[in-house]
Design a protein around this ligand. Structure first.
Ligand code: GDP
Ligand code: MG
Length: 308
């Protein structure tokens, strides 16, 4: 067997989480048009006959930020790089920005192989411009290779997987073969609900909505979930609930459908909206959510996880 950790890095919004989901063939990391959708470090595990890939999705590396939330996201992204076998650096094909240059600076000191992934080639209409673009970026770093892909349409991902396979080391699997992530269903449910909030209210609501799972009970045929959507201001309540509750209902049914796919069971989902002022400024709250999830996971599996 070949086994290893593979970090997926890049500036916000290039398609890192989309790439992770399509590499492992299941949604474990939420995505949206809005930058900074990914807040936690998420593992996506793919076990094949001869390999176990442990992909690490990271919050985008972004500019130095004063807010605890963004500082913490930067730290999470950089810590993930410490002990990996390979790095997938995702950029958008034909688009190189100053934020990409900033990522380059944090990658420059790395000794492990880096694959440059030029994502979103489905959006490239003038294919002739691809080669000159590759020419322009290929000396930015000593890349293992440069690969144009479309994460969304799953184009060229098999080629990418082969390249990654070659970089893994021999070893025994780290996770059970049927695991697709190190996160609990409870955590994934929380993330899926947050995704629907961001997607459906992206423009109207600042990205600072948090979701807490208050109740999660699974039996043989049903998963019963109650969750709270926290917003910052009372005035945002109307937006999230919508006229006659229509918005909340639509968030709920979209989330329920996705969670049903993940748990492969019927899901009953109840949502509440509560105001909690200034929570993004308070990273203790975020840490607590992560810690609670970690403990819930340990309880479920009775086995230690990697230190996150
Ligand atoms: P992240 O911030 O890097 O994790 O980016 P996401 O995975 O959340 O994706 C950001 C946006 O880009 C979403 O709207 C995705 O649907 C979109 N996206 C990701 N990959 C592709 C792709 O290959 N082609 C196109 N057209 N859009 C993509
Ligand atoms: Mg992401």
């Amino acid at each position: 067997m070949r086994v290893g950790y593979v970090a997926i890095v890049g500036r916000p919004n290039v398609g890192k989480s989309t790439l992770l989901n399509h590499l492992i063939g299941q949604k474990v990391s939420i995505t949206s048009r809005k930058p900074q959708t990914t807040r936690h470090r998420i593992l996506g595990i793919k076990t094949t006959e001869d390999a176990q890939f442990v992909f690490v999705d990271t919050p985008g590396i972004h500019r130095a930020e004063q807010r605890p939330m963004n500082r913490r996201m930067n730290e999470t992204a950089l810590q993930s790089l410490a002990e990996v076998d390979a790095v997938l650096w995702v950029v958008e094909a034909l688009r190189w920005t100053s934020d990409d240059e900033r990522v380059l600076l944090s990658l420059a000191a790395l000794s492990c192989p880096v694959i440059l992934v030029l994502n979103k080639i489905d959006q490239v209409t003038r294919k002739g411009e691809l080669l000159p673009f590759i020419d322009q970026v290929q000396d930015k770093l000593k890349f293992h290779c440069i690969l144009p892909v479309s994460a969304l349409r799953a184009q060229q991902l098999d080629v990418l997987e082969k390249e990654v396979f070659a970089l893994l080391s021999e070893g025994v699997p780290i996770y059970p073969a049927d695991w697709v992530t190190d996160k609990s269903m409870r955590f994934l449910a929380m993330e899926v609900i947050r995704e629907k909030v961001v997607r459906q209210l992206g423009e109207e609501l600042p990205y600072e909505a948090a979701v807490e799972i208050e109740f999660f009970k699974e039996d043989e045929r049903l998963v019963d979930i109650a969750a709270i959507i926290y917003i910052q201001k009372d005035s945002q309540k109307k937006i999230v609930i919508g006229s006659k509750g229509a918005r909340l209902k639509s968030i709920g049914s979209a989330a329920r459908e996705d969670i049903e796919k993940l748990v492969e069971k019927k899901v009953m989902l109840r949502l509440w909206v509560k105001v909690k002022e200034g929570w993004t400024e308070n990273s203790t709250f975020i840490d607590t959510v992560a810690l609670l999830d970690h403990l819930a996971m340990l309880e479920q599996t009775n086995q230690p996880l990697d230190q996150s």
